[in-house]
Write a protein that binds this ligand. Structure first.
Ligand code: PEP
Ligand code: MG
Length: 565
């Protein structure tokens, strides 16, 4: 790899997934725009034009099948489903009919035919409605072939690259191959957006919310250095900087399942998981248990409440990966960015402030009962220690009602998530009922700062480094101390190695994160004593701004620079 000139240029975004890598830029092709309504010239042959549509659909089908053959997991399934959609004659024949009847140009005919098909699927609801995204994907691909435009989606290149995009849709992210995508840079998105969470889960350095004024300067093939910790993109980096990135990339750190500080004090380092496969890979990564099992991830695409039997199987798949270990199971956290058609109301004006998470028991108490029943059964059939908690507990009555309900099903350890400021403030009262708490810093930050966690324009407010957030975390830990109730953190803040030190200093006993972050957080915690952590926590709490807190703490942790974090 060589640089193209001697003038490195630094560009800024929001660093959301740590690491330093260099590579050539590959831009994601812009989405296909709607073709104008145009008719065929008088001398064109309608039959030949119809043939073009069928050929384009075949080309798309074949290329999707080829990609599916190379892909793994969710990405493979997604590509196979999309390839089937491309092979389905409904779309092609209705587009061909429009060419014949209205003499529409083929790309416009495909666009309109896909529009009608998508509305039809939408009206059927449930699983069928979810297929509209595949129809749109196939439509865009066929139109790209017909108009000779670049194929939308993640570029397929032989060599690894830095992906530059506006933002990544969930459908794109499922197709990311971490062997090929060295880093992401997006113009949109915030620190807790889907793209950022995925980047951390894949262990790919990422910068989001950089703005189009930054991403427009990055062209295919440009060599860039991406520092996902500091949020800096260096265009035309120096040879020295490239050498350092290569050196860091060659070091592999592992976590041995012994989370703790330099003075030997234990800090449980746990994993956030969404299903059995995630739990198995977390166990392989050395996680000391599960600190957050997001049960709703097992059922996100289901139109109806899953049966108790189906739930037992899904929960067992996670519990079996951690025999003899703690698995903290969160009851369904439906609503806002995770709607479940059988539980949430899609018409609410403010879903983040609506009937979501534990609040859905107001309308559907039986769904929680079934879940607790399934969980108790799954626990009885496995050797894991189940701790159960409810998301978004807001009042002491809710903490009490949930703990009593969980215990009535034989689940011995019942707690709560602290995501709403009221729960942190009233933690002492709530701990009269809850055995433990886990702080969801993603939502806690969103509600304390009144900043939508998905908005890149408010990313400076949406960080666990905000002193107001840190003070509430301290209040929660202080509330648990008299009764020795353990308080953990399972939001994204736990995966930031410098912030992890502060959290431990505030009194947090366990940190739960994407399994990929375990070695980095562990390596940094092992360089500080509890006294150091308490001092750094005070430094952060006393800071005037989030940036000042972060900088002051980072300045005292030289290991971060050494590890490129
Ligand atoms: C959180 O809010 O911090 C959390 C862990 O829950 P989720 O991200 O699933 O809302
Ligand atoms: Mg949450």
């Amino acid at each position: 790899m060589s640089t193209t000139d001697d003038n490195p240029t630094s560009l800024n975004g929001i660093g959301v997934s740590p690491g330093l890598v260099a590579g050539p830029v590959a831009r994601m092709a812009p989405g296909i725009t709607e073709p104008a309504v145009a008719t065929l010239p008088a001398d064109s042959d309608v039959e030949t034009e119809c043939e073009h549509i069928a050929e384009a659909a075949q080309t798309v089908k074949k290329s999707l099948e080829l990609s599916a053959a190379e892909a793994k997991g969710d990405g493979k399934t997604l590509l196979e489903t999309t390839a089937q959609m491309a092979a389905d004659p409904t779309l092609t024949s209705s587009a061909q009919a429009m060419v014949k009847e209205r003499r529409l140009v083929p790309e416009r005919a495909v666009w309109e035919a896909a529009g009608s098909l998508a509305s039809m699927l939408e009206s059927l609801g449930g699983y069928m409605a979810e297929r509209t995204r595949d129809v749109q994907d196939v439509r865009d691909r066929i139109v790209a072939v017909l108009t000779d435009s670049p194929m939308p989606g993640i570029p397929r290149l032989p060599e690894p690259f830095v992906l530059v995009a506006e933002d990544l849709a969930p459908a794109d992210t499922a197709l990311i191959d971490p062997e090929k995508v060295l880093a992401f840079v997006t113009s949109e998105g915030g620190p807790t957006s889907h793209t950022s969470i995925l980047a951390r889960a894949l262990g790919i350095p990422a910068i989001v919310g950089a703005g189009s004024e930054v991403t427009d300067q990055l062209h295919d093939g440009d060599i860039v250095l991406v520092d996902g910790t500091k949020g800096i993109i260096t265009l035309n980096p120096s040879e020295d900087a490239l050498r350092r990135a290569r050196e860091l990339a060659s070091r592999v750190r592992v976590f041995k399942g012994d989370g703790g500080l330099k003075d030997g004090r234990e800090v449980q380092l746990l994993a956030n998981v969404g299903d059995g496969a995630g739990a198995r890979s977390a166990a392989e990564a050395g996680a000391m248990g599960v600190g957050l099992f997001r049960t709703e991830f097992c059922f996100l695409d289901q139109p109806e409440e899953p049966t108790v039997e189906a739930q037992v199987e899904a929960y067992k798949a996670v519990l079996e990966a951690f025999p003899g270990k703690k698995v903290v199971v969160r009851t369904l956290d439906a609503g806002a960015d995770k709607p479940l058609p059988f539980l949430t109301d899609a018409t609410e004006a403010n879903p983040a402030l609506g009937v979501r998470a534990y609040r859905t028991t107001r309308r559907n108490p039986e769904v929680l009962e079934h879940q607790l029943e399934a969980l108790a059964k799954a626990e009885a059939e496995t050797d894991a220690h189940v701790w159960v908690m409810a998301p978004m507990i807001s009042t002491t009555e809710e903490a009490k009602a949930f703990a009593e309900k969980a215990r009535s099903y034989g689940l011995k350890t019942a707690g709560m998530m602290i995501e709403v400021p009221s729960a942190a403030i009233l933690a002492d009262k709530m701990f009269e009922h809850a055995d433990f708490a886990s702080i969801g810093t993603n939502d806690l930050t969103q509600y304390v700062m009144a900043a939508d966690r998905l908005l890149s324009s408010l990313a400076d407010l949406s960080t666990g480094w905000q002193p107001a957030v840190l003070r509430l975390i301290k209040a929660a830990c202080d509330g648990g101390a008299p009764k020795d109730r353990p308080v953990g953190v399972c939001g994204e803040a736990a995966a930031d190695p410098a912030l992890a030190v502060v959290l431990v200093g505030l009194g947090v006993k366990s940190l739960s994160m994407t399994a990929r972050a375990l070695p980095d957080v562990d390596a940094v915690l092992k360089t500080v004593t509890f006294e150091d952590a308490q001092r750094l926590a005070q430094v952060a709490i006393d800071a005037i701004t989030a940036d000042a807190a972060r900088e002051a703490v980072r300045a005292e942790l030289p290991i971060l620079e050494e590890l490129g974090l």
